[in-house]
Ligand binder design. Sequence first.
Ligand code: GCW
Length: 689
Amino acid sequence: METTATPPSLKPEDGYELWLRYRLLPSHDQFKISQIVCNESSDPLLSAAVAELQRGLEAMLGHRPEFSPVVTQDHALLLQPSQVYPGALAHLTLNHEAFAYLPKRAEERQSHTISASSSRGVLYGAFWFLRQLQMGTAFPQTLTVSAPSYSLRMVNHWDNLNRTVERGYAGQSIWDWHKLPDYIDPRIIDYARANASIGINSVVLTNVNANSMVLRSDTIVKTRAIADVLRPYGIKVFLTSRFSAPEELGNLTTSDPRVPDVQQWWCKKVSEIYDQIPDFGGFLVKANSEGQPGPQSYGLSHAEGARVIADALAPFGGVLLWRAFVYDDQIPVDRAAQAYAEFKPLDGLFQENVFVQVKNGPIDFQPREPFSPLFGAVDETSLVMEVQATKEYLGFASHLAYLGTMWEEVLKTPTQQRPAELVLHTIKGVAGVSNIGSDRNWCGSHFDQSNWYALGRLSWDPTQEAREIANEWVSLTFGSDVTDPIVSIMMRSREAVVDYTGPLGLTHLMATGHHYGPGPWVNDLDRADWNPTYFHRANKDGIGFDRVASGTIQQYAAGWQILWGDPKTTPENLLLWFHHLPWSYELKSGRSVWEELVYRYSRGVAEVKAIRQEWSHLTSKVDPDRFTQVAEFLKIQEKEALWWRDASLAYWQSLNGLPYPEGFDPPQMPLEYYQGITHPFAPGNTHTG
Ligand code: GCW
């Protein structure tokens, strides 16, 4: 019971509760659920659903409903895990994760029903119901049927066994391998609840830059402890497997998949895992990329290499996710062309239980890229789209960037391979590189929670609008009285980052190693295609990568080739991605490329300033702790947006020698100043296994 006059929404919050805050509804006394009724009580997923409903309803309605196998009172919520409501028959019988909600009908004693063909469907229905209550002010009134679009809805942790997190900006890994399996941090249960609430059903626990120790017997026992906690929430556990594990762990002299001992090793290892974890999901593999071992070391293709592991998993129903983010020892003509070049010829050669996991863009989670040409280009390969919730290239945790808009942009792009086909139609799952860590607020910043949320919601239904998802998230996380101003901020946030880091389709301009801040001048790294100069190709005459000349554009359907083949028809937000243009080239605005760059970089800075201002008006509407942290992070973002702008413009200007257009300030410092900045403490740069 509240005893002070302070409105509950203004009590300090640390963000731990995420979007599951379950605050007392203003009109709570008008709503009643006295009983949760389910006649199947032994199923752990149902128990999890009931526990969550009791917890959420008690907090929101002010009374705790009793659990009972039969209806004994009015105002009951019926859970029907194997009683398919006839009006939703097709959906529910076809999809065991779907659920239907039937609102109260006046003539019935029982109030509401969540119906599904499995306990898993009921679990998702329970979270849905709680969400509706939390966002609204009344019980949902309409019959609702909801089925996930994809069967694989994944979080990929890039977590190392020593608890460092590659590209992690939220503290340590939440998996404490040292204390497992004996101690289970209760946080893991909350992690599972959060994932289940947004429909995530699979998690890869370990880094794709894999350590063979992940497969050691004692690690498997520890993994089992995690799997046991996640299972009641409908979540399967996956691990990353290192291609050279047979040598490193099994003491074999080779990991060549043609060698029978190697095949046997994989079979035995997989069977050991399934002994411990009968519903183990499978493996995620990064092979022949960035130093990871792989089949190409034995003269074999990715499909041939995948076979040995996929075959070992198949008898247990396990799946193999094989990443398409590859770049080999040869420096390609164009890095952006490589995944397609390697995987398109392998279409049809992967086993049935293999999914090829493709990053959303052809290069690497940049603030803006076109969609990967693999989407829509393969007919006989199952694809999963990999997106990155951790914002390696969008300012880490301290810059506010809502990625729902970015993912919506790629999911809804027409492939132009088949009529009406969008990228979202070409995939069977979505995997998001996690931004989750041991920080109290889980994600390193309050707003980064929205990216975890959007990942789940979009992988459940990729046709949803990013704005709708933002609306939901804000209303759940900050309250419905602030949705409009905060959603407005979120919807503009990613574009602001694009503007101040890489406008007009520029890409891969960041500093070395940690990737924090600008480094467009970097030109001294071991591989040409690690250098920003390789990607922007700027010189005194012009800027941009000519992907018509490189041939990369031919990886796309004819419609895109025509559109993107000509700078006049290329959307300006991808112009320098596809074309190398003179600095003086005139754009639709009438400005030259150089003037437009100055304009857009400056616009990005101005937008962050505006966002910061807008946030400052919310001081009385957001609790003081979260308000202050966001405000302080926005201050950092404004400072660093200006740093990005000034450093980038100073560099471009050193090449083209052009004057700054009138009305725009030149950079505050000379180029050398920006080139001298280093960030030895920037987090997340750990390639240890
Ligand atoms: O974006 C790059 C990151 C690497 C990462 C790699 C990948 C896990 O800088 O840290 O390695 O992508 O996706 O494999």
